[in-house]
Ligand binder design. Structure first.
Ligand SMILES: *Cc1c(COP(=O)(O)O)cnc(C)c1O
Length: 498
């Protein structure tokens, strides 16, 4: 199996680097010409008959090989820390035609693990093979940080520094980072909000002096955010698996089409579904569920991406509080071309707005639909399912609302992107709206108490990683102001390298 050059750049090539890249090179060097992204040049059609009896790891191998990725270099033990190491997801039927695809059965209890766990293992394998050392810098407001750190902790040749805004995460998310006992990762608690933190990271990445310093340490930078194609590749697999599940369980017939609903922020998860559809999986529509930050809904229903008059709204589905949804660019590239994508992205950068033509919008709408929901609707649907003893997280709630609104004759898979335990205070708020739970004393409880109350009432077992968090010391946390970050990062890196 050879490693083919399957990726091209979404905004065309600047002549400085090669026009095409293989998968592994793009994982290690995610930067592309003109600020674009590496993206699949074309998609192979897969044989639905051939994937019939494959287990999950075999499915990865089959799909990656079909894409032109040499899997002999990848360790496929990536899902060993999941509830079921042979099948890193599960399904729950919640309505006659709606199925939840539970993508949160990994160590941090959110769907980011689905890609990040194998991505971390991959980065480690590649660094070993190339005898190089990699540094991953991230800024997080919640789920990306814990998932990244969990994926690379104690791995040789890979180091991580993660910044989060002080008071900007939930207690669970914070503790998932600050209690990590590993010498190759460091966590910075930045005094400021998420924008400040993200800007601090950007400044660091663009700082010539800092980059020169990394060179002297023989450290290479890589990115673990969802623009890295290494993460996207793993996110195609579970969407294909949903077809295998529906068919094997008899919910659909051979080749019968179904819909997928994806609660979306940066569009990485939805992009995986899009690629699965292009590869021939009989997905009819991909429905994008968003919260009050409804840029994606506007794009898909009206063909306009306009953030010129928007400010970010804080909602109860914080992982979807995003205005610049990076992976949309890969959809534009796949449906139109690099020239058009570059123009649209330039408009977004310069005018904070772009508009699709009528025929372009039509192309989008042949594949995607979209709905957005407010916080109150999210609370109501959580309370509604709690009556049936099904506790869903707020992101998934947006997805279920979309599935109901879609009112499709087809079977619908809703991606469930987090376990309820990551957002216990919001679940409490939802339950408080339902008189059936008025005996629960839900007012003014802290996050730990909220977790215990909900687990007890609904007879749910807290995963040990969550249960243990509140007993651990926050041994890995440096509180820091924005201006101190660069020098402190250098000190940390010196320690890493010793
Ligand atoms: C990251 C995340 C999302 C959004 O996924 P994208 O791939 O960024 O669209 C949704 N829900 C949860 C819980 C997440 O952590």
């Amino acid at each position: 199996m050879q490693n083919s050059k399957i990726l091209v750049e979404t905004r065309g090539n600047d002549g400085v680097r090669g026009v095409r890249s293989d998968f592994f090179s793009a994982v290690l060097n995610p930067e592309a010409s003109f600020g674009g992204l590496w993206s699949l040049e074309s998609l192979p059609k897969i044989d639905l008959e051939a994937i019939k009896n494959l287990n999950y790891n075999e499915l990865i191998t089959y799909i990656f090989n079909a894409l032109g990725i040499d899997t002999s270099a990848i360790s496929l033990e990536s899902y060993k820390n999941f509830d079921n190491k042979n099948l890193p997801l599960s399904y729950t039927k919640i309505d006659s035609n709606i199925f939840l695809q539970n993508l949160f059965t990994g160590p941090t209890r959110a769907f980011k693990d689905m890609a990040m766990q194998p991505f971390g293992a991959l980065l480690c394998d590649l660094s070993k093979k190339q005898n190089k050392r990699y540094l991953i810098l991230t800024a997080t407001s919640g789920d990306t940080g814990p998932a990244t750190l969990e994926a690379i902790k104690n791995k040789p040749n890979v180091f991580g520094i993660c910044m989060f805004p002080k008071d900007g995460t939930s207690s669970v998310q914070r503790l998932q980072m600050t209690t990590i006992d590993a010498k190759n990762v460091a966590i910075l608690e930045v005094k400021g909000n998420f924008d400040d933190t993200q800007n601090a990271l950007k400044n660091l990445l663009n700082d010539a002096d800092f980059r020169a310093f990394l060179n002297t340490k023989n450290l290479h930078l890589s990115a673990s955010n969802s623009v890295n194609f290494g993460r996207i590749a793993f996110q195609i697999i579970y969407h294909i698996h949903s077809y295998i599940f529906l068919r094997d369980s008899g919910a659909i017939a051979e080749g019968e089409s179904f819909d997928i609903v994806v609660p979306s922020g940066n569009f990485g998860n939805a992009l995986g579904a899009f690629y699965a559809k292009l590869m021939g999986v009989p997905i009819s529509k991909i429905i994008i569920a968003t919260n009050a930050n409804d840029v994606l809904e506007n794009l898909i229903t009206q063909g306009i991406y306009d953030i010129s008059k928007r400010t970010l709204i804080k909602t109860n589905s914080p992982a979807m509080d995003i205005l610049k949804s990076s992976n949309v660019e890969r959809v534009l590239f796949a449906l139109f071309d690099a020239n058009r994508t570059k123009d649209l992205m330039n408009d977004l950068e310069n005018k904070k707005c772009y508009k699709l033509s009528q025929s372009e919008l039509q192309k989008i709408q042949e594949i995607f639909g979209a709905f957005s929901f407010d916080d109150e609707s999210v609370l109501d649907i959580i309370a509604h399912y709690a009556n049936a003893n099904i506790i869903i997280d707020p992101h998934t709630a947006n997805g279920i609302l979309a599935a109901k609104k879609l009112d499709s004759k087809r079977k619908i898979i809703v991606c469930s992107t987090a376990e309820w335990c990551k957002f216990a205070p919001t679940i409490c708020k939802a339950l408080a709206k339902n008189s059936a739970f008025k005996d629960m004393n839900l007012n003014n409880v802290d996050e730990k108490t909220a977790l215990d109350l909900i687990a007890k009432r609904f007879n749910l077992t807290l995963h040990k990683n969550i249960r243990n968090l509140f007993d651990k010391d926050e041994i890995n946390c440096i509180e820091i102001s924005k201006d101190e970050i660069k020098n402190r990062a250098k000190e940390i890196i010196v320690q890493f390298c010793n």
